[in-house]
Design a binder for this molecule. Structure first.
Ligand SMILES: [Zn+2]
Ligand SMILES: [Zn+2]
Length: 398
């Protein structure tokens, strides 16, 4: 009798072996990750994909059961992150709050924002508002994890409690800390977006594809996060699988970039494509114009490119946006010894200004003017870039 009670306390009704427990943990935590990235994020916050009501409701139920997060609150906080990114109003910007705080206390930052009714009102529109949402999910968010704890202990005994604790930490750690923190701090950038977002790894396998956070900031409403040949987005694989069974409908994906032959001066099609792909255009500008110019001037002065600290090289990519006063002064001093670099950075600023023009005719006029001047600049890499930029086009629909 005592033995069977002890055995129940230790291993619960199922008496599951260690490998079974490990597989169980992996499955349920990944299901939670998918609920967040596919349902809360890609579908509800950004409307990139729609799910069959059965799938959508499963994700909602699972989010409630394993995270206690309320859809409307999550969506609102996240939309505000995009709208106010890297400003004092961004709910979890490492640029504002510091990387340590966002990484370790990201969940606190989330809670503060989630409890702010004004954020919910302004950014939470269009999320479910049916009977079960009002009477169960939003009303008793903590009931989900409580129910889960009871079920887990019943099925797996003491180990069930340990597994439950892991589940409770999963989203706070991987989403609030890892993605919100490191996804704006560490990794590579495909797109020179106006924030600090980064791709943590080209293979988004562990946190549902959220690893590709820079791609996501460049095209927020795209249901697909992997945008280069070598990138993998496991969340997109799941979407495609569900779509093949008519359980999901993709609403938006990031457009590709086409290059047309024999375009000598930007036209309205160029402008549309450059505006859509402006972050890509800026990345190309960094790689194809700024870095070769830096290399050239360094070679002429018999210096190594590495002589320029990486922080300043980074600043050349984003226009020095994130430098403090001292960094700016150092950048300035560096530019004084490199006149061609200064010139190409001026061109970068003027390209941005041209694209910021709201009246399309004026923007096109400015872009054409920019291309003419770039072609007359006598700087070969800049001329090549201008020619390529003029050829930008969006692929034909369908
Ligand atoms: Zn972000
Ligand atoms: Zn987003």
């Amino acid at each position: 009798m005592i033995d069977s009670i002890l055995s129940f306390l230790a291993h619960g009704l199922l008496q599951a072996s260690a490998p079974v427990l490990i597989v169980y943990v992996l499955v349920v935590t990944q299901l939670t990750i998918f609920s967040v990235t596919l349902y809360l994020h890609r579908s509800q916050a950004h409307r990139g994909v729609d799910f069959h009501p059965l799938i959508a409701h499963f994700f909602r139920f699972w989010t409630w059961l394993t995270t206690a997060m309320v859809t409307r609150q999550w969506v609102a906080v996240h939309r505000k992150h995009h709208a106010k990114v890297e400003t004092a109003e961004d709910p979890h910007s490492p640029m504002v709050h510091g990387i340590k705080r966002v990484f370790w206390q990201g969940v606190e930052l989330y809670r503060v924002a989630a409890n702010d009714k004004s954020i919910e009102e302004k950014y939470g529109r269009g999320t479910p508002d049916d009977w079960i949402e009002r009477h169960v999910y939003s009303r008793f968010p903590e009931a989900g994890p409580t129910l889960l704890a009871l079920a887990s202990i019943l099925l797996f005994g003491f180990w069930g409690l340990a597994i439950w604790a892991i589940q409770m930490l999963w989203i706070p750690f991987w989403a609030a800390g890892f993605v919100n923190g490191l996804g704006h701090y560490w990794g590579y950038r495909n797109f020179e977006s106006s924030d600090t977002s980064t791709n943590l790894s080209p293979w988004g396998l562990w946190i549902g594809g959220e690893e590709l956070h820079n791609n996501h900031h460049a095209f927020p409403s795209s249901a697909k996060f992997a945008l280069r040949k070598f990138e993998v987005d496991i969340g997109w694989v799941v979407i495609r699988l569900l779509a093949s069974m008519r359980l999901a409908k993709v609403l938006r994906v990031a457009p590709a970039l086409d290059l047309r032959p024999n375009v000598h001066l930007p036209d309205s099609e160029t402008l549309k494509a450059v505006l859509t792909h402006r972050f890509r255009a800026l990345t190309d500008y960094y790689r194809q114009v700024i870095i070769p110019t830096l290399r050239d001037e360094a070679a002429q002065a018999s210096e190594r490119v590495r002589a320029v600290p990486s922080r300043l090289r980074r600043a050349l990519a984003d226009g020095g946006r994130w430098l403090d006063g001292e960094g700016r002064a150092r950048l300035q001093a560096m530019m004084e010894r490199r006149p061609t670099l200064q010139t190409v950075l001026d061109y970068r600023a003027r390209l941005l200004a041209a694209l910021d023009q709201r009246v399309p005719e004026q923007a096109l006029h400015n872009l054409q003017q920019w291309v003419r001047e770039a072609e007359a600049s006598g700087i070969a890499v800049l001329q090549q870039y201008a020619a390529r930029l003029s050829a930008y086009a969006l692929p034909a629909a369908g």
